[in-house]
Ligand binder design. Structure first.
Ligand code: HAM
Length: 415
């Protein structure tokens, strides 16, 4: 017996149904907001993530599934979707040829993190990227679309936290102030932070060990007038769209490309891995990856975590409506034709094995959760009919001509 790898899991029904439901809700919401789907590769050149997600981030330093492929190429399983989306945007010149710069993707991401509740090594993200719009309205639209998606999927009890990390200019000044503080207090920092403060002092703010203390003691970033105006307009527009949020100056996010507005959605019901969604602006990324100057904003929700929040809700009934049973091998032909015509009429239907005993087929019918068994026995075969038996209630059994079976079932399902 070969088991699955640690941190990788099989999604089985009914949990897999939850994923389908969440993804369907997302597609509906994306349609309302004019987003189109990008299907991008799962494997990319490793340097794509090193350059965009950031060399000094935990994701790239510690968590990436990177390897040399058979052709000697350095590749990586995508740990997140934004770098691939941006690469595709640039590679296919979507700024010129695309409709509105609004794209979504749904798929597996891979991070070799220590597995725990809500943290997997392969997990599903639904991501949205809006590339090419610098306006605060794009920020407010992106965040309110996210809230709409959570509502549509039935995920409640979440809080939205936002902050602004300012532009490159704001951060240049701040970097030096923070670096001075970190150098003075280096002795108190964890080993990884000591190693990277010179390369990327901002990362220390997001460190799981040092971050909380630094959020209290380290000097805060102050925004330039343009960034302050952008952030306050974003908040006004969020209020207009009815989104409740809190501003948390300690929110820095763990990826290097963020500028200006950043946000997370959290749920207390999730325990220590409480982030359902993370996102923000990345106004400089597209240009730094070799594309046009295209300010952008986006986010990604963790579908596994959304599913955890939904798992106690009653699942929609996915049982077939009818289960077809044949009492003899000869009746099997008619029964197979009946399954086909039921499904063609839009009635979900199933069967087991027409060569087994009637008793065994009826057991499968019960197990399937179907509402009705349609039985073709010897008498029905001669009459060109089928018997309809309710499996849920002790209703009367009735016999109908085979061509009338779909319309009769539709009537019975209505009543
Ligand atoms: P992120 O915050 O790294 O952002 O991930 C987004 C969400 O993915 C998290 O809030 C969480 O729900 C889920 N997630 C992350 N790691 C795991 C894991 N190991 N197991 C289960 N779920 C996980 C990004 O990935 C950015 N690309 C978001 C973005 C898009 N920013 C701009 N555009």
């Amino acid at each position: 017996m070969i088991n699955s790898l640690r941190g990788f899991r099989d999604l089985l029904p009914p949990e897999s149904d939850l994923f389908t439901r969440i993804e369907a809700a997302a597609r509906e919401v994306f349609g309302l907001y004019g987003y189109q789907e990008l299907r991008i590769p799962t494997i990319e050149k490793k340097e794509l993530f090193v350059k965009s997600t950031g060399e000094t981030t935990d994701i790239v330093e510690k968590e990436m599934y990177a390897f040399t492929d058979g052709g000697g190429r350095e590749v990586a399983l995508r740990p997140e979707g934004t770098p691939g989306a941006v690469r595709a945007y640039i590679e296919h010149n979507l700024g010129q040829t695309g409709r509105n710069g609004k794209y979504f993707y749904i798929g597996s991401m891979f991070r070799a993190e220590r597995p725990q509740a809500g943290r997997f090594r392969e997990f599903t993200q639904i991501g949205a990227e809006h590339i090419g719009n610098p306006s605060p309205a794009a920020d407010a639209e992106s965040i309110s679309m996210l809230v709409r998606l959570l509502e549509k999927a039935g995920v409640g009890g979440c809080s939205v936290v936002i902050n602004s990390l300012g532009c490159a200019e704001c951060r240049k000044t701040y970097r030096q102030i923070l670096l001075d503080h970190l150098r003075l207090n280096a002795a108190a920092l964890c080993e990884p932070c000591k190693g990277r403060i010179e390369r990327n002092p901002l990362r220390a703010l997001d460190c799981k060990i040092d971050g909380p203390a630094l959020a209290e003691k380290a000097p805060r970033l102050s925004l330039c007038p343009a960034c302050a105006a952008h952030f306050s307009r974003t908040q006004e527009l969020l209020k207009i769209s009815g989104v409740e949020f809190q501003v948390n100056p300690g929110l820095v996010r763990g990826l290097d490309y963020y500028t200006s507005t950043v946000f997370e959605v959290r749920s207390g019901a999730l325990g220590s891995q409480d982030a359902v969604c993370g996102g923000g602006r990345y106004d400089d990324l597209v240009k730094s990856m070799g594309g046009p100057a295209a300010p952008a904003i986006g986010w990604a929700v963790g579908v596994d975590r959304m599913a955890m929040l939904l798992k106690d809700q009653p699942a929609p009934d996915s049982a077939p409506k009818t289960f077809i049973v044949a009492a003899s091998k000869e009746a099997g032909d008619k029964a197979f034709a009946l399954v086909t015509s039921m499904r063609a009429a839009g009635i979900s239907s199933d069967f087991s094995n027409f060569e087994l005993s009637l008793k065994s087929q009826m057991r499968s019918a019960d197990k399937s959760g179907a509402s009705f068994a349609l039985i073709i026995g010897e008498d029905e075969l001669k009459a060109g009919a089928c018997a309809i038996k309710s499996l849920k209630a002790h209703g009367e059994q009735q016999t109908v001509p085979l061509p009338d079976a779909p319309s009769t079932i539709k009537q019975l399902l209505k009543g």
